[in-house]
Design a protein around this ligand. Sequence first.
Ligand code: NDP
Length: 498
Amino acid sequence: MTKEKRELARRQDKAPIATAWDYAPAPEARDIVKVQERYGLFIGGKFVEPESGERYTTIDPAHEEPLSEIAQAGKADVDRAVRAARDAFANGWSGLRPSERAKYLFRIARLLQERSREFAVLESLNGGKPIRESRDVDVPLAAAHFFYYAGWADKLEYAFPNRTPRPIGVAGQIIPWNFPLLMLAWKIAPALAAGNTVVLKPAETTPLSALLFCDVLRQAELPPGVVNIITGDGRTGAELVSHPDVDKIAFTGSTEVGKAIQRTLAGTGKRLTLELGGKAANIVFDDAPLDQAVEGIINGIYFNQGHVCCAGSRLLVQESIYETVVAKLKRRMATLRVGDPLDKNTDVGAINSKQQLEKISALVQSGVDEGAEIYQPPCKLPERGYWFVPTVFTNVAQSYRIAQEEIFGPVLSVLTFRTPDEAIEKANNTPYGLSAGVWTEKGSRILAMAQKLRAGVVWANTYNRFDPASPFGGYKESGFGREGGRHGLEPYVVLDDA
Ligand code: NDP
């Protein structure tokens, strides 16, 4: 083991925090939500046993403890779900008065709000994210998406003036593990508003909030088959993609799987939207409000343990303020509390899976090996579970893997620039193009930068802000198609001339 590797291993071994101010634990009640011992597949409005006969265990990544037995949908199950969706599409949902469709969406939104505490706890339990985030971001935004698209359901002709929008048919939707409930809402709400029916596959590691959502659908009395939820791993996703009776695929996940899906669908005429990875630049100019910028940098990379496709994982700092920004950043990092996701004091929760922890560790090791300088604040981690100390790399060259690849963990790479043009060139030097951040007090500079940054979303003097009315999506290898806003309806309608 090299000296650097030993140092890395030691730091991850966490020295005790030297702090005068201890926080008393403030745990959210875990028993607010009931997790069943096992779940079936939600098809045609009810839970059914998987014909595959296969199951797997979903766990709590903070304690490595089993939570429930989940069905692994096979080919026959996928077919059954697609048939249920087709049946619901043909026999009612697509012909329903749009204002009636809206009522169901409003009901779902209200039920999500009423049951928000249950969803927040479950999301943190199964995914590892801090309860503060699931309570204050994931669940409210998921409800907001249903409210927002409920409003569009009977106004589609205004969304597409002089055209006659019709639903497409059955949408197959595949979502990742970083925002399970929110991604479900991003996918299902516009699809239903436009009159389509849905078969949705949550990620293998985080199926529980989608399964609880089935209960909301039953409470809302959504007609059977309009939304079907099938659990399983990537094989289930692949079956859904290649099913001949699915009209549209919406996928959020890795660029690698996105490309495979695109290959499968080439020439089939099926619609496709892809929301893939990112390697966003968060650019700080020397006239930026630095303390505010440091908060934005922290939020940009350590929110949700960095499991965020639009995470600000490359920090570009103007050279003249480099030392100051890095010093402030390290000081702020030392105050982050890593630990129990259900503790309301926690800032950084558990890494979602062992596999993801291994990926992050390998990429961080590559940063050390390639010559970057690593900093990790002193941090005491729980003994069990999957954890990674918030990390920042300085002395990073653009060619290093940590500056090129999506780490999808709490790891920031800091680079410098001298002029706005250099910042643009470095920011755009990536195969991705999902998001970017600009910190400066000059409005004109914000506009000039935003025009030149090849990123679907550019935040100015803030980061990771979402609103259902605002479209989100990427350029280049970050995918195509937009979710959110009026743009988010477009992938779910066929537009005839009026
Ligand atoms: P994947 O792209 O594999 O997972 C996304 C979804 O696709 C999951 O539901 C997954 O199922 C499903 N899936 C997997 N293989 C196929 C397939 N062949 N056909 C159809 N669907 C499939 O991401 P991972 O979970 O494996 O994460 C790997 C890396 O991807 C991460 O380290 C991160 O860098 C990146 N990522 C990016 C995301 C983003 O939003 N940009 C989100 C998630 C990951 P299952 O969960 O069962 O594998």
